[in-house]
Design a protein around this ligand. Structure first.
Ligand code: PEP
Ligand code: MN
Length: 424
């Protein structure tokens, strides 16, 4: 068995997410028999300093891999985590370096062990000290090496405070309307519109009305996930065209659902926020692709998903680098069938505490019953939701989908008046 020390560093996107994912890949390997990790440190960038701070940690492993195999393994982690190294010393999603391999000295073209610069770098020596205070590096004890580092070098490496439950701690603001300065997570946001885009007239009429009542974002599905294949499945590309036109005409930011990876480009070009629907909450390839693009993503809770599964799905998006995630509670299936779903409002403060992400509540799908939309909207805001998503239709009786849960214009007006008075 070989004792190996590795250094992990990251300064792009969801840094904690990358560290955790790299660590998990090491831990899951059948060639790695035991693994120990240091604390995590935040470090000012080295060399080219106009770049974000790094998170660094070290791990100690027992492995059967020889040095070249170990190198390949590390490179594979970097590849899988999508490292894009544009400039030398530049930002990277994850860097995995071999520091020490037993007491061996290796000096080949592609691998130098001990790592040549490690003795001068506090961000390597400091975490290594957590793992083993007796380490000997090129004939020198690690604590002596640490003591010899300049104060400035040591000061640049600070223990990183993590809330273990919060891989989203560096999440960025999701600004929805620059002119108005509307920000998810800070303001109460109302998303409103029909379940599906049915025609230009229906969509424009709804958009103009919800806008006149103070809605912040316009919703409307072009691709509709329907239980029965015989139901209206949306206008698809034609729907996206209508979405774009109405967006331009009303100047409202819009949200629409992405159901299939193959439609990503089209949907991306038509919308301000990408919605991942309940049925796709665990469509992992779709989540990863949503994480690789830069528009905000609203992740609806799976209809039978636990809170933990829902957070795990958000992490799928975040680890790809997109931390502009909005969580949407839309009810879950329980034994009760009086309502379409059981709206789980306790999830709102839980998600906020666990992830720090903004949470939107959708009482339309959450209850399936028009009369319940208003009271549950007020309840959602009262328990800390950052906003609402409600379905509104000019003539719900004639709606091609979800008419029974869609608000009529008068209802929406009444609801908005109350919300404006109490929350805006
Ligand atoms: C929707 O909001 O359009 C929708 C289909 O909701 P859900 O994915 O929550 O069922
Ligand atoms: Mn609907």
């Amino acid at each position: 068995m070989n004792k190996v020390y590795l250094s992990l560093g990251t300064n792009m996107g969801n840094r904690l997410g990358y560290l955790n994912r790299a660590y998990d890949m090491l831990e899951d390997s059948v060639y790695i028999f035991s693994i120990k990790k240091s604390k995590i440190y935040e470090t000012k960038a080295w060399g080219y300093t106009e770049q974000p701070d790094f998170l660094n940690m070290c791990v100690e492993i027992d492995t059967s891999l020889d040095p070249q195999e170990m190198l390949k393994f590390c490179q594979n982690i970097e590849k899988k985590l999508n490292r894009k190294r544009v400039i030398k010393w530049g930002p990277r999603t994850i860097d995995v370096d071999i520091l020490l391999y037993n007491n061996e000295v290796i000096d080949t073209e592609n691998l130098k062990i001990p790592h040549p610069l490690m003795k001068e770098r506090a961000f390597v020596i400091r975490p290594l000290l957590d793992l083993n205070t007796e380490l000997n590096i090129k004939g020198e004890c690690i604590s002596d090496i640490f003591n010899k580092l300049s104060n400035e070098e040591k000061r640049n490496v600070l223990e990183f405070e993590i809330n273990e439950n919060n891989p989203f701690s560096k999440q960025k603001d999701i600004i929805i309307n620059r002119e108005k300065g509307t920000i998810f997570g800070k303001d109460k946001i109302v998303i409103a519109g029909p379940c599906a885009i049915e025609s230009y007239d229906q969509f424009l009429k709804t958009a103009e009305f919800v806008k006149s009542q103070g809605a912040d974002i316009l919703r409307g599905g072009a691709y509709k996930p329907r239980t029965s294949s015989f139901s209206f499945k949306g206008l698809k590309e034609e729907g996206l065209e209508i979405l774009k036109e109405v967006r331009k005409k009303t100047k409202m930011p819009v949200i629409t659902e992405l159901m299939d990876i193959r439609d990503l480009e089209k949907v991306y070009d038509s919308t301000d926020i990408i919605q991942i629907g309940s049925r796709n909450m665990q469509n992992f390839p779709l989540l990863s692709e949503a994480g690789k693009q830069d528009k905000p993503v609203m992740l609806k809770r799976g209809l039978a998903a636990t809170i933990n599964e829902w957070i795990c799905s958000a992490e799928y998006i975040a680890v790809e680098g997109n931390e502009k995630i909005i969580m949407c509670e839309r009810g879950i299936r329980t034994y009760d069938d009086y309502t379409r779903n059981t709206l789980d409002l306790a999830a709102v403060p839980i998600i906020k505490k666990e992830t720090g992400l903004p949470v939107i509540v959708d009482p339309s799908h959450g209850t399936g019953i028009r009369e319940l939309v208003k009271p549950m909207s007020y309840a959602a805001l009262a328990c800390g939701a950052d906003g609402l998503m409600v379905e509104v239709h000019p003539n719900p009786e004639e709606a091609l989908s979800d008419g029974e849960q869609s608000l009529e214009f008068d209802d929406f007006k009444e609801m908005m008046e109350k919300i404006k008075k109490n929350y805006k």
